[in-house]
Ligand binder design. Structure first.
Ligand code: GUN
Length: 303
């Protein structure tokens, strides 16, 4: 029996992007040019190519200028660094995103550290990581996926998350660690669980909010979920779907949706949950970055 209400990330993301499109009109009116997002893709990973295309389309839809640099898989680290330096120095470019993962011969940390912090719309640069940790939200650019998780949680639990226990499963720099900082800033009690956590089911069962960001298909089961908890599934895993025909695949999250939906109060679907929010928050970060660079006061909070 399903008891959970599904949180529709597409609808909530559309509210965010509608708001950004309106603010973008004001920005263009004041500055004479649209915010500009440059996205860099190295190689031909099909999933990364889809994500990058979706980011470019979303940017154009809210009224931004979108630039895509697609580089061959054998691009040298120094060629990529040269491109980023050019984008850093170009005052017409407000946001820079280098799609990850990068090919193994390129040092991703070095590349991320080279992006100008004020243009780092992913929020991965150590300066932005530090600002987030210090709670300096006026200057920080915040990672998009965790910021989307906060909005999704608030959409069903209300603005005040104070005192709720959030258990984040996964400790990546992209999702788990920044999500912990953001839920802490909302006065949640925060636990990060990971592959070495003992009795992980018992830890997750204490959560009012579960953030699943492990990257393993359907490993979080309904029996782990406290009745009524809010479950936000960040995972996007492609698995075989022989029921759809030979060689077919489908996307699933890190949460076993069918069993979790019998316990949770609210749950995000995959696809259609966190994914659209990540893109919407990337637009929010790009507009925030552009407004800060041009000294234009802006109303958009990045989360
Ligand atoms: N690869 C997977 N997620 C992300 C993301 O949020 N930003 C970038 N740049 N690459 C990613």
């Amino acid at each position: 029996m399903t008891v959970a209400k599904t949180i529709d990330g597409k609808i909530i993301a559309a509210c965010v992007t509608d708001n950004i499109a309106t603010q973008t009109e004001d920005y263009i009116h004041e500055t004479g040019t649209p915010p500009c997002l440059a996205v860099v893709l190295v190689g031909e990973d099909p999933a990364s190519a889809v994500y990058v295309r979706n980011k470019g389309r979303a940017a154009e839809k809210v009224g931004f200028k979108s630039i895509q640099h697609t580089l061959p898989v054998d691009t040298t680290e120094s060629d990529l660094i040269a491109l980023i330096t050019t984008l850093n120095d170009d005052p017409a470019v407000n946001g820079i995103l280098v799609q990850l993962p990068l090919p193994a011969h390129i040092d991703a940390t070095k590349v991320i550290e080279l992006i100008a912090p004020e243009k780092d719309v992913d929020g991965f640069h150590p300066i932005n990581v530090g600002r987030l940790g210090a709670g300096d939200f006026d200057k920080a650019l915040i990672p998009c996926t965790p910021a989307g998780c906060i909005i999704l949680a608030k959409s069903v639990l209300g603005e005040n998350l104070s005192g709720l226990h959030t258990v984040i499963i996964g400790r990546s720099n992209i999702v788990g660690k920044p999500a912990a900082q953001l839920f802490l800033a909302e006065n949640c009690t925060v636990t990060i669980a990971h592959s070495r956590t003992r009795d992980i089911e018992d830890v997750v069962r204490r959560a009012d909010i579960v953030i699943a960001a492990v990257g393993r298909a359907e490993i979080i089961k309904g029996a782990w979920i406290k009745p009524g908890a809010t479950v936000i599934d960040v995972g996007i895993n492609r698995i075989a779907a022989p029921e759809k025909g030979e060689g077919k695949t489908r996307l699933v999250g890190d949460v076993d949706f069918a069993s979790a939906a019998t316990a949770a109060g609210f749950i995000t679907p995959v696809p259609g949950g966190v994914g659209p929010m990540t893109i919407a928050l990337l637009m929010a970060n790009t507009l925030a970055a552009a407004c800060r660079q041009k000294g234009v006061p802006h109303l958009i909070k990045s989360f």
